[in-house]
Design a protein. Structure first.
Length: 202
């Protein structure tokens, strides 16, 4: 089975490459607007929508499409990527010194099936000064990331604690993605020899 990543995210590409998957990229053209207010359903819906759009548009056979979506949830607000620098500063000020939850939805879609899962991780920030927020925003790093931060980058200095899977925060919970892809018959190249009963794994 071939694997397609329905995402433009550099972080997700890096994670799949790190794990040894052979894959191609087809950025989804799906409409990402939704009125869904529940963060778990929100990311699950968008992850599935992205993967289904690519699968339907390309008319794929013997191919699995992986879609994902990540948001931050705090104080009743679903927080995606910042609109601009002012919004990035607002988000980081809101999250400073507090604990929020990161939700990442994962969808694995093929001709015959569609499986969707959602993983969550709680993240606690240290208190951030206005100067620290301004410097981080000026670096440009927050602008393409849900919650206006990247835990794997320099912002890691301000992450006090996490409870859950680290890779969920980056944007692709690897244990969940691995199990889902294995069930769909897709394995990293170094693990293909164990794949004889992959599709039977629950």
């Amino acid at each position: 089975m071939k694997l397609i990543l329905a995402s433009s995210s550099q972080r997700r590409r890096e994670l799949l490459t790190m794990c040894g998957y052979d894959y191609s990229i087809e950025v989804s053209l799906a409409d990402e607007n939704t009125d869904e207010k529940d963060p778990s359903r929100y990311v699950s819906l968008l992850a599935e929508r992205k993967a289904r759009e690519v699968c339907a548009r390309l008319g794929l056979r013997d191919t699995v499409v992986l879609g994902a979506d990540t948001v931050v949830y705090y104080a009743g607000e679903i927080i995606g990527k910042p609109r601009d620098e002012a919004d990035a500063k607002r988000i980081l000020t809101l999250l400073s010194g507090n604990t929020h939850t990161v939700y990442t939805g994962v969808a694995v879609v093929s001709e015959r099936s569609c499986k969707v899962r959602c993983d969550t991780t709680r993240v606690t920030f240290a208190e951030l000064s206005e100067e620290e927020i301004d410097a981080y925003v000026a670096s440009g790093e927050p602008m393409d990331k849900a919650g206006a931060y990247g835990i794997q980058g320099s912002f890691g200095m301000f992450v006090k604690e996490i409870c859950g899977n680290y890779f969920t925060v980056i944007g692709l919970p690897l244990p969940t993605a691995y199990r889902m892809l294995k069930n769909a018959g897709v394995l990293p190249r170094d693990f293909e020899k164990i794949g004889g009963s992959a599709h039977n794994m629950q």
